[in-house]
Design a protein around this ligand. Sequence first.
Ligand code: NAP
Length: 466
Amino acid sequence: MQEFINLAYIAASILFIFGIKMLGNASTARRGNFLSSLGMLLAVVVTLLNREIITSYSLIVGGLALGASIGFIWAKKVQMTGMPELVALFNGFGGLASLLVGWAEYARGSTLEWVATSYENPSFTVFVIVLAILIGGITFTGSIVAYLKLSGKMGGSPTNFPGQNAINASLFLALLGVGVFLAVNYASGSATIAFYTVMGIALLLGILGVIPIGGGDMPVVISFLNSCSGLAAAAAGFVILNNVLIVAGCLVGASGLILTVIMCKAMNRTLGNVFFAGFGGASSSGTAVEGEMKAITIEDAYYVLEAATSVVVVPGYGMAVAQAQHAVKELGSILEDNGCEVRYAIHPVAGRMPGHMNVLLAEADVPYEQLCEMDAVNPIMPTVDVAIVIGANDVVNPAAREDESSPIYGMPIINVFEAKTVFALTRGQGAGFSGLVNTLFFRENTRMLYGDAEATVSALVSQFDE
Ligand code: NAP
């Protein structure tokens, strides 16, 4: 039986790896998601077949039914814009699960002395129990704070107080100190106090570590906590000696970390800056900009588009807010029928989560072949007749290239300012996530189309229909 279980675990691990690989491309992502889910189903089923660890199925079936129902209803109800906060909750519960596995292992004996008689290398086992509780605890409360900030149930601006970084650093060092003490002195009388101290500090540190981070940076935090939930799961796998949990945990840990690094690079910021700089707090408008923002009417914009032979659409967070993707796709199709070449340029951190724009455009059935990455579209930008910026701001702000004093200086952008004409769709003066003035809006070749992006694009579509 054990051989069969191990073989099934290897098959599940292979499915995870191929699934993750396929997630890297929009056209194979759905199949990749399915393969990984299949791997997880296989791992769960064979684990349930293991009679050595399971005596009764009633609690498991009850828990499965309850969890699956909540998950199903929630996933059905969630809006695309609410996806990051749902992911935050998933991560949080992943961390909590690992914490509970470590705690349960501890609770199997009344004191940690029990592990000394049950494991070949008790210090190592206590060490991984501590890791599961430490990382799982921080991930749990940190993810809950991230969820509250993203869902607007808690203010999105950074919460700062004097000595914050020093307090957090001291707590982290205390956590490591008590953890090492526990791993060495697991059989001593003070082990129980040390055990609950580790748990308490970890839970507290998750809250204190995330409250100083601005709401807009939460996707990076979520990606990092996702990585942590994987590491906590891997530690839990070592606690209960389950190979597939170790493999799955390591895969989540590594891929979450890679995604975090990609996001930081695309914003030209370090992880330290995201965690400790309080970005998104007091808003700065950057240096003063000369000139004025020039509006254009829908009718005049229509005449320009009607004559265009090449158009690049640059979607941003505003498209998600306005849910304008279907109208955008309709406009794109009309322009193509009119003999115009239409491309959609996607910045890696446009919106508020990785792949945000890809998901919205896929929902509206925009063909994958028309999606262009920033590096592919920038070289052709000077030849483009019209760049239509739909609720994007920071990712097209020329200050990132030109103004060394700008907080976003060095962040790679889509060079829409090089297009012959730029239409910028925003509702107002259009400060982006960074709170900075966008110098693009003051350029000679930029015209502002004010209003909700969905209403504006629909109005343009109507002009073509008339
Ligand atoms: P952005 O800088 O946040 O700007 C959004 C723009 O949309 C604003 O100009 C806003 O102006 C406009 N807008 C909002 N609602 C609108 C509506 N209903 N209709 C029309 N316009 C609307 O967006 P972005 O250019 O996509 O940049 C993303 C930012 O988020 C970057 O700074 C990035 O670093 C950050 N970030 C991204 C991620 C990620 O994973 N994607 C993660 C963390 C942080 P008005 O309010 O005046 O309309």
